[in-house]
Design a binder for this molecule. Structure first.
Ligand code: KIV
Ligand code: ZN
Length: 514
C-alpha cells in the first residue's frame, strides 16, 4: 500500500513524559477512546514496566480498544517484554514496541555497550517479542545521530528477527528536514530486506522541526509517523498529529498519501487532551490554537467574506470547529444538551447526565451564551473527577482593599463532614490554606503551578484553573471550572489532592534509558 500513511499516536506514552502531564488510568482510557474515534492506527498506551500505573493503563486501554492496534513500550530486555505482553495480551491487535539506543554517544555513555552487543540485544529482544505476536516494532533510539551503516546493519538484523515495523527516532530533535529525509532514503536504498517492514519515524521538536522532519521522511519512504496530540512529549514535544495530518490533507497535490484519520475529530481530541493534562494550547498553535482560524486584519476579513479561500487553506469545519460557535443557552433542553455532549465525545450515564444538566442550567442562568468549551469544562469539572476522597461542599471568602483575606470551607473528607477557616495573602491563598488544614495528605504537597484562564470571552466567562502539586517526587495536576475564580481554584486544588492520594502508593516512573 504505497500511498497509505499509518498514524501511530504516542500521546499516552511520550506525551505523558512532558513534565507535569501525568494522567491516571481513567484519563488515559478516555483519551484512548477518543483517539480510536479520531481513527489513529496505533495507540501507544504506555510503558508497562515503568510503574504499576502504566501497566494498569496499558492493560485497561488494551481491553477497551477494538478499532486500532494498542502498543506498549519496552526496553530490550526479557523482563520488560514479558511485562508488556502481560499488559497487552487482551488487546484486539496488540503491538510490542521494543527499543535500544544505537548512537555512539548513547551506546558509550548511557548503555556502556559495544555496537555488536547492542545489535545482539536488539535481535534477541525482537525474537523474544515475536514469540508473543507478529506485530513487533523495533526502535533505534537516537537514530538521528547514529552511524548510518551501523543503522542499516541493525535494521536488517531486526527485520530478519521478526520486526514488522522499524522506527527511526530523532530522539533529541537534532536533524534538519533534508538531512533526515536523506537518512530515510539511505535506509530504503541500503537495507536489503526493508520491503519486509514498514519504516516509521518519531521526531522530537527541539528545533521546532518535528513535523517538517516527519514530512520529509514520508517523501523518502517512511510510511508510519509517530506523533502526539497538541505536540505533547518529552522536552519540546513530538511531531504534532494534527499538523502532520492536516499537512497531508491540505497538500495532497504534492504529497499524494492517505491516512484514515477523521479530521473532524481533531478539535475534540485536542481539547480533551488539553483539558486532562492541563497543558493549554498556545493561541497561535497551528490547526488547534484559538486563533488558527481567526482573521483579525480588516483586509483579511474582507477577503474571507468575499471568498474564504483567499486566506483560508483549510476550513474550520474540516478540523471539527463549528462555524456557529454559540451552541446552547438558557432555554436549551436536556435532549439538545445530551446531543451536544455526545458530539463532543461524552456519553454519560443517566445519573451523571442529570447532575451535569443541573449544573448546565445553573451556568446558563448566569451566562448568556454557552460554547462547546463551557460544556467541556463543566463535564470535566462535575463528572470526571476520579475517586473523590475529598469533596468541596461550600466555600466563602471575604476580602477588601484594607482587609485580610479570609476563607471558610465546608468539605466532605472520606465521607465525614468537616469545616475550617483560614486567612492568607489573597483569597486564593486563604482558600488553599483552609482546605489544606482539613486534609492531612496536603502536608508537604508543593504548589508547582497555579494557572487561571477564562474559558470564553466576557466577564461572565467561566474560569478554568489548573493546579499542579508535587509531593515526594509525584506530580499531579488538578483542574476546576466555575464562574467564580475562587471556587474554580478551590475545586482544582481539591482535584489535585485527590489525584495525589490516588497515586500515592504507586511506584515512581523509572525513565532510565528513555
Ligand atoms: O524519542 C525516542 O527515541 C523514543 C523511543 C523510545 C521511541 O521515544
Ligand atoms: Zn520520543
Amino acid at each position: 500500500m504505497a500511498d497509505r500513511i499509518f498514524i501511530f499516536d504516542t500521546t499516552l506514552r511520550d506525551g505523558e513524559q512532558s513534565p507535569g502531564a501525568s494522567m491516571n488510568v481513567e484519563e488515559k482510557r478516555r483519551i484512548a477512546r477518543q483517539l480510536e474515534r479520531l481513527g489513529v492506527d496505533v495507540i501507544e498506551a504506555g510503558f508497562p514496566i515503568a510503574s504499576l500505573g502504566d501497566f494498569e493503563a496499558v492493560k485497561a486501554v488494551a481491553g477497551d480498544i477494538t478499532d486500532c492496534s494498542v502498543a506498549g513500550l519496552c526496553r530490550a530486555s526479557v523482563k520488560d517484554i514479558d511485562r508488556a505482553w502481560e499488559a497487552l495480551s487482551g488487546a484486539a491487535d496488540p503491538r510490542i514496541h521494543t527499543f535500544i539506543a544505537t548512537s555512539p554517544i548513547h551506546m558509550k555513555h548511557k548503555l556502556n555497550m559495544t555496537p555488536d552487543a547492542v545489535l545482539a540485544a536488539a535481535v534477541s529482544a525482537v525474537s523474544h517479542a515475536a514469540n508473543y505476536t507478529s506485530n513487533v516494532e523495533w526502535s533505534a533510539e537516537d537514530a538521528g545521530r547514529s552511524d548510518l551503516d551501523f543503522l542499516c546493519q541493525i535494521v536488517e538484523a531486526v527485520i530478519k528477527a521478526g520486526a514488522k515495523t522499524v522506527n527511526i527516532p530523532d530522539t533529541v530533535g537534532y536533524t534538519l528536514p533534508h538531512e533526515f529525509g536523506e537518512r530515510i532514503r539511505y535506509l530504503m536504498d541500503h537495507v536489503p530486506n526493508i520491503d519486509q517492514a514498514i519504516l516509521s519515524v518519531h521526531c522530537h521538536n527541539d528545533l521546532g522541526l518535528a513535523v517538517a522532519n516527519s514530512l520529509a521522511a514520508i517523501n523518502h519512504g517512511a510510511r508510519q509517523v509517530e506523533c502526539t496530540i497538541n505536540g505533547l512529549g518529552e522536552r519540546a514535544g513530538n511531531a504534532s498529529l494534527e499538523e502532520v495530518v492536516m499537512s497531508l490533507r491540505t497538500r495532497r497535490d504534492i504529497m499524494p498519501y492517505q491516512c484514515r484519520i477523521n479530521t473532524t475529530e481533531i478539535t475534540n481530541t485536542s481539547r480533551l487532551v488539553s483539558g486532562i493534562t492541563g497543558f493549554t494550547v498556545q493561541p497561535n498553535k497551528a490547526i488547534v490554537g484559538a486563533n488558527a482560524f481567526a482573521h483579525e486584519a480588516g483586509i483579511h476579513q474582507d477577503g474571507v467574506l468575499k471568498e474564504a479561500t483567499t486566506y483560508e487553506i483549510m476550513t474550520p469545519e474540516s478540523v471539527g470547529l463549528s462555524a456557529n460557535r454559540m451552541v446552547l443557552g438558557k432555554h436549551s433542553g436536556r435532549h439538545a444538551f445530551k446531543d451536544r455532549l455526545k458530539a463532543l465525545g461524552y456519553t454519560l450515564n443517566q445519573e451523571d447526565l442529570d447532575r451535569a444538566f443541573i449544573r448546565f442550567k445553573d451556568l446558563a442562568d448566569k451566562k448568556q451564551e454557552l460554547f462547546d468549551e463551557d460544556l467541556e469544562a463543566l463535564v470535566e469539572d462535575e463528572i470526571i473527577r476520579g475517586t473523590e476522597y475529598f469533596k468541596l461542599l461550600r466555600i466563602h471568602v471575604a476580602s477588601g482593599t484594607q482587609d485580610t483575606p479570609v476563607a471558610a470551607v465546608e468539605m466532605e473528607i472520606r465521607g465525614e463532614h468537616a469545616q475550617g477557616a483560614g486567612w492568607g495573602t489573597g483569597t486564593v491563598d486563604a482558600a488553599f490554606k483552609s482546605i489544606r488544614a482539613l486534609i492531612p495528605e496536603a502536608k508537604g504537597a508543593q504548589l508547582d503551578l497555579y494557572r487561571v484562564e477564562a474559558i470564553t470571552g466576557g466577564t461572565d466567562a467561566q474560569a478554568k484553573v489548573v493546579v499542579r502539586l508535587m509531593k515526594a517526587g509525584v506530580s499531579v495536576q488538578g483542574v476546576g471550572a466555575h464562574n467564580d475564580v475562587i471556587e474554580a481554584s478551590a475545586r482544582a486544588y481539591v482535584n489535585a489532592l485527590n489525584k495525589l492520594v490516588q497515586k500515592r502508593d504507586k511506584p515512581l516512573k523509572n525513565q532510565k534509558g528513555i
